[in-house]
Design a protein around this ligand. Structure first.
Ligand code: DOR
Ligand code: ZN
Length: 438
């Protein structure tokens, strides 16, 4: 009789070709069988009859802040929050304090992730004006998901704003580069128009549509010239989404859960807890983001989880720290969008599993298939639950979705066959590992 380490029994499996009820057998951390496993035995079984079984969901855009301020977030706390929220892997940004920009820091982080992380972690390496010549070697290091370029300034000191330096970055290496795209010159030129204590909604006026569009046009011109593949992170304007549809041969697109969920009314309701870069904008842009999800322009949906202390969020604008938490809420909020009919579960899996795997080249992730890592997100679409600040495991302790009710909830996270979360309880220790990329 066949024996498995783990069998998921009878769930509705979200496969690339449809949703089918089936059993999944796991051996040695990988998917070993899919189909009817009646008669097979396992060391551990999970009854999934009332659940959907998704490939382990991936958030390809998080800031876990380590090294940095442990009172805000660490790799341990952030990955715990991730598994509570139904994520099996996250890709962690390099704008820490100090930033991750060299081989020694990558080596530290790779080893450290293996010691403290509760889910699997991909590592971004930051581009700075000092390491441009090293980027080809750095992006080829183990566990590196991509080079991250801040072409407009945000949190931290990473910035490469001029065309000549951006071209040099694109000529160093060959993998897809991830960009924060806002035009730094326009940002700085307009900054003096704004003074301390102005209302938070000025944030979207300062970092306006033109600022994002200009940044993206400049990046696309250089990407065309050099032939270097690009991934524009957190595309936030209708104008960029229409423009980028003509660059799909060279550029992939990320849209954030926040930009699919919140509009400018949030500034009045949440104050500093609505401030992020690029900013939350009006309804027209939210609708364009959904249209781009539906027409295929969008490849990946991420959270841009960017925790800050309450004190930093409550500083008067424009000194309010920019960034919102999302690592624990992206799955519930996106499931709620599924329940509301805005996208299908299959498209969600495309955006948070297949998309990240394809765009970044993650190995053995993002698909329910024999031989792939046994990563699963178990989802109960019948469960309704409210997100609250006291549920948030990140030490900063707040979410812009406090009081938001979700129809559909992640009730299990399984990572390489380890049950990391069941019914809101983190189980076992820090079994996370660095993700491999091709
Ligand atoms: O809002 C943001 N917060 N946007 C970024 O680009 C960076 C992030 C952070 O690290 O705080
Ligand atoms: Zn970010």
């Amino acid at each position: 009789m066949p024996h498995y380490d783990l069998i998921l029994r009878g769930g509705q499996a979200v496969l690339p070709w449809g949703i089918e009820p089936l059993d999944i057998g796991v051996r040695d951390g990988r998917i070993a069988a899919m189909g009817s496993l009646r008669g097979a035995e396992a060391t551990q079984e999970v009854d999934c009859r009332h659940l959907h079984v998704l490939p382990g969901l991936i958030d390809a855009h998080v800031h876990l802040r380590e090294p940095g301020d442990a009172a805000v977030e660490t790799i341990a706390t952030g990955t715990k929050a991730a598994v509570l929220g139904g994520l099996a892997a996250v890709f962690d940004m390099p704008n820490t304090a100090p930033s991750i920009t060299d081989s020694a820091q990558l080596a530290w982080k790779r080893k450290y992730v293996g010691e403290v992380a509760y889910c699997d972690v991909g590592l971004y390496v930051g581009a700075s004006k000092k390491n441009i010549a090293d980027l080809a070697a750095l992006e080829a290091e183990e566990n590196v998901c991509a080079v991250k370029v801040f072409a407009g300034s945000s949190t931290g000191d990473l910035l490469i704003e001029d065309d000549a330096s951006l071209e040099a970055v694109m000529r160093s290496g060959r993998r897809r580069i991830c960009y924060h795209s806002e035009d730094e010159y326009r940002l700085q030129a307009r900054k003096p128009n704004y003074t301390s204590g102005m209302p938070h909604r000025k944030h979207m006026e300062w970092r306006d549509v033109e600022c994002a569009m200009l940044g993206t046009k400049r990046l696309m011109a250089i990407a065309r010239k050099t032939g270097r593949p690009a991934h524009i992170l957190h595309v936030s304007t209708a104008e960029e989404l229409a423009y980028l549809a003509d660059y799909k041969d060279i550029c992939s697109v990320e849209v954030l859960m926040n930009h699919l969920t919140q509009t400018d009314e949030a500034y009045d309701r949440l104050g500093g807890y609505a401030v992020m870069n690029p900013p939350i904008r009006d309804q027209r842009h939210l609708e364009a983001a959904w249209a781009a999800v539906r027409n295929g322009t969008v490849d990946v949906v991420g959270s841009d989880h960017a925790p800050h202390s309450r004190a930093a969020k409550e500083r008067p604008w424009p000194d309010t720290a920019a960034g919102l938490t999302g690592i624990q809420t992206i799955v519930p909020v996106m499931l709620d969008h599924v329940s509301a009919g805005r996208l299908s579960l299959m498209r969600l899996v495309d955006l948070m599993c297949a998309g990240p795997a394809r765009i970044y080249g993650a190995v053995n992730k993002g698909r329910l298939a024999v031989g792939y890592d046994a990563d699963f997100t178990l989802v109960d679409m019948a469960k309704s639950r409210e997100i609250t600040n006291d549920w948030i495991a990140s030490p900063c302790g707040w979410t812009p979705f406090d009081g938001y009710r979700c129809q559909g909830w992640p009730v299990g996270t399984i990572i390489r066959g380890h049950i990391a979360m069941r019914e809101d309880e983190v189980q076992g220790g820090p079994i996370g590992r660095p993700v491999n990329f091709r």
